[in-house]
Design a protein around this ligand. Structure first.
Ligand SMILES: [Zn+2]
Length: 57
């Protein structure tokens, strides 16, 4: 499988992980920053970007 920077960007861009339950959520950076998004599983509002998590968990 070839690796395209574009594809990776598309996969990880705007994807965030909930700190509490570690579920994935799609949201724009703006929304996460403004805390408009809520985790649909635990209602948490703390997220970290997906692309910073490397082979962890
Ligand atoms: Zn959560």
């Amino acid at each position: 499988m070839a690796k395209f920077p574009e594809a990776e960007k598309r996969m990880f861009k705007d994807v965030y992980i909930c700190y509490k339950c570690k579920s994935k959520i799609r949201a724009s950076y703006e929304k996460v920053k403004k805390k408009v998004v809520k985790c649909r599983r635990c209602d948490g509002k703390a997220f970290r970007p997906k692309n910073k998590t490397r082979a962890k968990g």
